[in-house]
Write a protein that binds this ligand. Structure first.
Ligand code: ZN
Length: 63
């Protein structure tokens, strides 16, 4: 089970999600980014190299 907290990428955002695998996390994160923060934020995220899957700060593995 993995946990992603949007606040680690977007200060102030309290949205978070859990999923069994990285692919599902990424799918949900991109969807949230699109709806809540817009395409620009997705591009910024990629540019900064803060990929949801590999960013150790962005995703914490829980049990
Ligand atoms: Zn957010």
């Amino acid at each position: 089970m993995r946990l992603f907290e949007c606040g680690s990428l977007v200060p102030g955002c309290e949205w978070h999600t859990r999923a069994d695998n990285d692919a599902e996390i990424v799918r949900r994160v991109v969807e949230h980014m699109r709806q809540a923060h817009g395409e620009t934020m997705i591009r910024e995220m990629m540019v900064r190299g803060a990929e949801p899957v590999r960013g150790t700060n962005a995703i914490a593995a829980t049990a």
